[in-house]
Design a protein around this ligand. Structure first.
Ligand SMILES: [Zn+2]
Length: 219
């Protein structure tokens, strides 16, 4: 073990070899475990109350572990940033995440998985669904790259449909108001729809989006 390879944990200030970064801050594995980082690192929360509970828990733990005040504040800030944006809830997809806020929603797609997803969708549309008129351009729009922000006012509706091809159990379709392409809806794919808790979360998410689309269309 080389002392030069060791890094100081920003929380407990021990010198350690293995660290994990949270928003630029370095923590040792012991602190990471105490902070229950695995439970919140993707910010998947079914409600803002659940997010607030986790935030308070993280704050309490970092105070108990006597982290520097600034570190505790920065950790709390991570949660508060979501609240400030009007966070409602978030869900997991197949290497995708959806974040629902009061005035918009976001879909984040892991680049690594996107290619596989595009291949699967392409085959599915051609063979199973027999959909004509789509090309790589439309497909590219249907499966967002990186993190994309969507405004409720640009959409007419959202619906869930069950895919016939595994692993794509569930597809969420957002109907865009001004789309020049017939297929220029945004499709959002979920796996493991068979799991009751996933199904419930996705149903709730779709319901929340539908409500906000309706509200923004009335305004
Ligand atoms: Zn530590």
């Amino acid at each position: 073990m080389n002392i030069d390879d060791m890094v100081m944990c920003g929380g407990c200030h021990r010198l350690v070899l293995n660290t994990t970064k949270i928003n630029g801050m370095t923590f040792c594995q012991r602190c990471i475990t105490q902070l229950k980082f695995n439970r919140w690192k993707k910010f998947i929360f079914s409600s803002v109350d659940e997010l607030k509970m986790m935030r308070d828990d993280v704050e309490k733990v970092s105070q108990e572990l006597r982290f520097p005040k600034q570190v505790t504040m920065n950790l709390v800030r991570l949660f508060d940033d979501y609240i400030d944006l009007g966070f409602i809830q978030s869900v997991y997809g197949v290497s995708q995440q959806m974040f629902i806020y009061k005035d918009h929603f976001e879909i984040k797609t892991d680049d690594f998985f996107r290619k596989t997803l595009m291949d699967t969708v392409s085959g599915m549309l051609q063979k199973d669904l027999k959909v004509d008129g789509f090309n790589s351009n439309t497909l590219s729009k249907m499966i967002p790259q990186g993190t994309i922000r969507y405004e409720y006012k640009d959409y007419e509706s959202v619906k869930l449909s069950t895919g016939r091809n595994r692993p794509l159990d569930c597809i969420v379709v957002f109907k865009n108001k001004n789309d020049p392409y017939s297929l220029d809806n945004v499709y959002f794919f979920f796996a493991h729809y068979a799991l009751p808790e996933v199904k419930e979360r996705i149903n709730n998410a779709a319901k929340a989006i539908q409500e906000h689309i309706q509200m923004s269309n009335k305004a």
